[in-house]
Design a binder for this molecule. Structure first.
Ligand code: AMP
Ligand code: MG
Length: 349
């Protein structure tokens, strides 16, 4: 017998109101109670939904690893309400972290800094650094500020699966492995945060994300190395534990194709059932293929921010349809598409 499914509590905060509605505050109180007693709460953020527990409670954090089936070698990001809480978890606060946080928090930026003495080993996978982020979703920030609990929170999905961008994705993927789900609506960014190692000079991007390198350099007032910069350029070896090649993958096999029209046509001729994420729906060749009943076309935006926001929901939807293959148009080159290319390349591995 499984445990009961978690409650899904809607949290909202209408614009132009000073205080959230009473029902939202009651939901945050329920969440705080779950967190205080070592449980797991799924939280909305602007990137993806997180599976959160008290970062300072090692047993609670262990529950996150077990619920996800996440390897213990993959450290967690700790979510904070503000810079003051971030500093309380760091042994020191590098100038680069200060500048980046001042300009880009709250937002989809994670800084890696020297780890403070209160942070348990399990959060950092035993390493000397801790990853910190102040999320933009204001109800999640309010939850952290009101409870005073820093939240260790990876994405709220089973390890190696597609990250959730709605409360429904969390319920579908984790079921009774989470104690409570806060539904704050669909995630506006839709892909995981940009992770920057601030313990090296110049700072280095460990994981590309919604904030492109140019934005980081503007905020810092100096160079930031990309994830592909050759080793030895920064003054210490880059560490990106847990950044394995296969990640973020749907169950259905996925192909990233520069020749998607021809490839989809070929798969259909072989009798396969195909899902296709494409920005080319207006093309006559695509319109011709669209008549095929074995093809499910998901039209995608051709602007990178909107594409990212729609991507995981599209993959979740296609994954439910028991198709033989998912084909995705190769995204354009260019820095704004970097994080999307990164996630799709991993999904295709
Ligand atoms: P996820 O929570 O699944 O989005 O993954 C968080 C990612 O943040 C991991 O894959 C790590 O690569 C990165 N990360 C977390 N903590 C650290 C750390 N202390 N040093 C470097 N990278 C980290
Ligand atoms: Mg994840």
């Amino acid at each position: 017998m499984g445990r009961p499914l978690p409650d899904v509590l809607r949290v909202d905060w209408p614009a132009n109101t000073a205080e959230p509605p009473a029902a939202t505050l009651a939901a945050l109180d329920r969440a705080t109670e779950v967190l205080r007693t070592g449980g797991r709460v799924a939280i909305p953020t602007e990137t993806v939904y997180g599976l959160a527990a008290d970062a300072l409670d090692e047993f609670a954090v262990d529950g996150i690893f077990r619920a996800k089936g996440r390897p213990a070698t993959n450290p967690l990001i700790v979510h904070v309400a503000d810079v003051a809480m971030a500093k309380s978890l760091a042994a020191s606060w590098p100038e680069a972290a200060g500048r980046l946080a001042a300009a880009l928090w709250p937002g989809p930026l994670t800084v890696v800094v020297p780890r403070g003495p209160d942070v348990p080993d399990i959060v950092t996978a035993g390493g000397p650094t801790v990853a910190l982020r102040c999320p933009a979703h204001r109800l999640t920030r309010l939850l952290i500020a009101r409870s005073g609990i820093p939240l260790a929170a990876p994405s709220a999905n089973r390890s190696e699966r597609v990250s959730p961008t709605t409360a429904h994705h969390v319920l579908e993927g984790l079921g009774d492995r989470v104690d409570l789900i806060l539904d704050g609506g669909p995630c506006t960014q839709g892909i995981e945060s940009t992770v920057v190692d601030c313990t090296v000079t110049p700072p280095r991007i460990l994981r590309p994300g919604p904030l492109p390198r140019r934005r980081l350099e503007e905020a810092l007032g100096g160079p930031v190395l990309g994830p592909d910069a050759p080793a030895g350029v920064a003054d210490a070896p880059a560490r990106s534990p847990g950044a394995r090649a296969r990640h973020y993958a749907p169950r259905t096999r996925l192909e990233l194709r520069g020749d998607a029209v021809a490839r989809v046509d070929e798969l259909l001729r072989q009798g396969r059932r195909v899902g296709w994420l494409t920005t080319q729906v207006a093309e006559p060749a695509v319109r011709t293929l669209a008549a095929n009943r074995d093809l499910v076309i998901v039209p995608m935006p051709d602007e990178p921010g909107a594409f990212a926001a729609a991507l995981y929901a599209a993959l979740h939807a296609l994954d439910r349809r028991e198709l033989d293959r998912i084909v995705v148009d190769e995204p354009p080159s260019g820095e704004e598409w970097h994080a999307i290319r990164d996630r799709l390349t991993r999904a295709a591995t």
